[in-house]
Design a protein around this ligand. Structure first.
Ligand SMILES: Cc1cc2nc3c(=O)[nH]c(=O)nc-3n(C[C@H](O)[C@H](O)[C@H](O)COP(=O)(O)OP(=O)(O)OC[C@H]3O[C@@H](n4cnc5c(N)ncnc54)[C@H](O)[C@@H]3O)c2cc1C
Length: 425
């Protein structure tokens, strides 16, 4: 079965597979460069994942320079040079502001829409696609047709589409309910591409034991988190900010960022060490403890920590110290106070692993970038095939970097796909 839509004979035809952040940007750029563009999205709405980014606020980019940007990309940063030169964070900001979405820059150069609505970003992209005359097809693409060494179209669930160029922008494998379930990896593989090991990144951490489970739902702000490799005692990550105790372990912004540094996670390999009072030196904290203990000297130890710790934490904390909760505060020894102090400065959670990829903010791994031309985003294995966004083996830390990578690679793929297709007519 074929679609009834006729392709133009006087214009090159580009099919974009996936209507997420990168697919919409690629469609826009290919259309601006003169191509007839078909955008195939399996969901009935464009940008389903984009609409939930940044807790619904969408941290769309990071307003920093190229070098700083690349230090936030642990996997294949050099692959992004040309893409970032084609569309850098300042270009992205100008792009959305021109489309009528005012932006603001928050802590750590994180850029958000002033409205705090991710829908405004997704709607701006979708509207721009429609204004440019991009044909949006709500269908799943099953496979990409190749003849000799060149792609010639796609097979969808509604019928086949001819194309001079195809841009694969199907995203990763995380949050599969948004439509990104790894389908693009399969299609790329069928065309001969290597898919590197697919793993979760920016993902909550699972504890060994049930210490965190006892504090489930408790969120701590202004704590310092350190991840230490147990065998070598080497610190592999350090950050300051917010974390959340859950029924399985740890989550929250600092924890998600930490996970991107733990590519070789194994049970018992790493320990999370939380400094519950990072603003106080051990000496100052000891003074504070002494002052609390003198105020509450006739209370049981269990009732003496209310000024220092959130209620949910007190019981598990006391258990960790090994001190009898019924012990009167006035009889707590100097040695015991030292133990309390050490747990306040270093509250340890032994880690057993990462949560499943379906819960990851980002997928690590994807189409091997050695098989993609970084100057054009074109496949080195199939002419006319381009890649954009998370389907590629590139990932970054939190802060708006991942969406910027989606936009930059898409912009470059879009203009080159239109150009490549132009050459063919
Ligand atoms: C909860 C959450 C919050 C996030 N917050 C941020 C943030 O604030 N800032 C940031 O920079 N990054 C954030 N990210 C990461 C960011 O969302 C991704 O990097 C980005 O969406 C990748 O864009 P993409 O277009 O490559 O893929 P996607 O946005 O995943 O889009 C791929 C699209 O392809 C479609 N598709 C897949 N297969 C097919 C097929 N066979 N046929 C047709 N269509 C198909 C899917 O339905 C989907 O719509 C967040 C991610 C999550 C999960």
């Amino acid at each position: 079965m074929m679609f009834t839509i006729k392709r133009a004979t006087d214009r090159p035809c580009v099919v974009v597979v996936g209507g997420g952040a990168s697919g919409m940007m690629a469609a826009i750029r290919a259309s601006e460069c003169g191509a007839q563009v078909f955008l195939a999205e399996r969901n009935d709405r464009l940008g389903k994942k984009l609409r939930i980014t940044g807790k619904g606020r969408c941290n769309l980019t990071n307003s920093c320079g190229r070098d700083e940007f690349l230090t936030n990309v642990p996997t294949n940063p050099r692959f992004l040079y040309t893409a970032l030169a084609a569309m850098d964070p300042a270009d992205t900001m100008a792009f959305f502001e021109t489309l009528g979405v005012p932006l603001k820059v928050e802590r750590g150069n994180r850029v958000f829409p002033v409205s705090d609505r991710a829908d405004d970003i997704a709607d701006a992209l979708a509207t721009r696609c429609r204004t440019l005359g991009v044909t949006i097809l709500h269908t799943r693409v099953r496979s990409i047709f190749k003849q000799n060494d060149r792609v010639v179209g796609v097979q969808t669930e509604e019928g086949d589409l001819e194309a001079d160029a195809v841009i694969l922008a199907t995203g990763g494998k995380s949050y599969p309910k948004t439509g990104s379930d790894g389908d693009g990896y399969r299609m790329a593989k069928e065309l001969g591409h290597t898919i590197t090991s697919i793993r979760p990144s920016l993902i909550p951490l699972v504890e060994s034991g049930n210490l965190c489970a006892q504090m489930q739902g408790l969120s701590l702000r202004n704590v310092a988190l350190r991840i230490v490799e147990c065998a070598s005692k080497k610190t592999v990550y350090e950050d300051f900010g917010e974390l959340l105790f859950t029924h399985f372990g740890l989550s929250g912004p600092t924890v998600l960022s930490a996970s991107a540094h733990l590519s070789d996670m194994a049970p018992g390999k790493y320990e999370a060490q939380i400094d519950l009072k990072p603003a106080l030196s051990p000496e100052k904290l000891d003074e504070r403890l002494l002052s609390d203990f003198s105020k509450y000297k006739n209370r049981d130890f269990a009732n003496s920590l209310n000024d220092l710790l959130p209620q949910k934490m007190i019981e598990p904390f006391i258990r960790l110290t090994g001190i009898d909760p019924q012990k009167k505060v006035h009889s707590i020894t100097k040695e015991e106070r030292k133990t309390i102090l050490s747990h306040l400065k270093c509250f340890c959670v032994l880690l057993s692993g990462l949560r499943p990829i379906s819960e990851a903010i980002i997928t690590r791994g994807g189409v091997d970038v050695a098989e993609v031309n970084p100057k054009t985003m074109e496949s080195r294995l199939a002419k006319g095939l381009y890649f954009a966004g998370e389907v590629l083996d590139v990932d970054a830390y939190t802060g708006g970097f991942n969406l910027q990578i989606a936009f930059s690679t898409a912009f470059l793929a879009g203009q080159n796909a239109a150009g490549e297709a132009n050459i063919r007519i």
